[in-house]
Design a protein around this ligand. Structure first.
Ligand code: FES
Length: 348
């Protein structure tokens, strides 16, 4: 039986950000600090109580690994009928613990020194805030943020953004867009915001229509897809906390007993195996006792993403990685089968 790597996070503080959004500050779990090293833009998968049993939900980290030492912070806005978001806003309190998987995700800049054009809609500010703070603190580039909200009282992190803009007047430019005053931003308006910054790397997070409008506008301006990063959260079809233990290294298809020579770098250690060609990489690694990260196991969340540094794999299913991720060598371990005879994998 394969157990997922799960941890108990203790709530240090709840910060009321707006009427319907709060930030949850967690202490780093003692003894597991290395597992919780994360990159700006990544997310946590939390297990929360639901009426019909526990549910798993993914929340982006809004803290920065370069600024907010010793803590993890997520911001959660109520979603109508949302089980997880309403439970957190109504019930979670300091001192309580929440079960959690390690940070994951590929919505993260390659370099903090590049110029960044950030688009956030509503609570989509959470991973954007992590990227923005990290870039300002640990990078050298310029940062432009276009932040759309329904009305002024709904602006999460308004004071923090004001303080950052005052502290980095040469490097940070924040443009607020309020639907109550200006209506929904049109594609032409989004294009006008982005036009001076087409050489920047863009990161987009918010409601689907907003992300679609922004990426369409950027493409129309000729920004190459490799510089348009969109955070797509798929809802988890199953609870990874409860289903993970039931999955063994199940072969798929018929590969006539072929194996690939596999080298895996994970948590500072290098492992070598003969990898059966019909067994998905994540299943195989978990079966071998490695603590490889994962969440949905369905190709929808990117928690299992790793980099192919040598050789080739094929993915059975991919709903989350974009072309620029693939170009960088990212694959989903939960969906990968070997193609070449030698494959080297690295978890970053
Ligand atoms: S675990 Fe979610 S995509 Fe692989």
């Amino acid at each position: 039986m394969t157990e997922p790597a799960r941890y108990q996070l203790r709530v240090r503080e709840i910060v009321r950000e707006t009427e319907d959004a709060c930030s949850v500050v967690f202490d780093l779990p003692a003894g597991a600090e290395d597992e919780f090293v994360y990159r700006p833009g990544q997310f946590l998968t939390l297990q929360l109580p639901g009426a019909d049993g526990p549910v798993a939900r993914c929340y982006s980290l809004c803290s920065s690994p370069h600024v907010d030492e010793g803590l993890l912070k997520v911001a959660v806005k109520r979603v109508r009928d949302g089980i997880g978001s309403n439970w957190i806003n109504d019930n979670l309190a300091p001192g309580q613990t929440v079960e959690c998987l390690v940070p994951a995700g590929v919505f993260t800049p390659k370099s903090l020194d590049e110029d960044l054009l950030l688009f956030a809609g509503g609570s989509g500010i959470t991973p954007i805030m992590s990227i923005l703070k990290s870039a300002l603190h640990a990078g050298t580039g310029k940062v432009v943020l276009v932040y759309a909200n329904q009305h002024e009282d709904a602006v999460i992190f308004a004071a923090e953004l004001r303080a950052l803009a005052e502290r980095y007047p040469e490097r940070l430019h924040v443009i607020h867009w309020l639907e109550s005053l200006q209506g929904l931003p049109t594609r032409a308006q989004l294009k006008a915001f982005a036009a001076p910054f087409t050489s920047y790397s863009s990161f987009v997070c918010g409601p689907s229509p907003f992300m679609e409008s922004v990426s369409h506008s950027l493409r129309e301006l000729g920004v190459p897809p490799a510089r348009i990063h969109v955070e797509r959260f798929q809802s988890l079809a199953e609870n990874p906390f409860s289903m993970a233990s039931a999955v063994a290294a199940v072969p798929v298809g018929d590969a006539e007993g072929r194996t690939a020579s596999l080298q895996v770098e994970l948590d500072g250690e290098t492992h070598t195996f003969e990898w059966p060609a019909q067994t998905k990489l994540l299943d195989f690694l978990l079966d071998r006792g490695l603590k490889a990260p994962f969440s949905c196991r369905q190709g929808a969340c990117s928690a299992c993403a790793c980099i192919v540094s040598e050789g080739e794999v094929t993915m059975l299913h991919n709903e989350i990685l974009e072309q620029d991720d693939l170009d960088e060598g990212f694959v989903l371990a939960c969906q990968s089968l070997p193609v070449s005879d030698v494959v080297k994998i690295r978890y970053s």
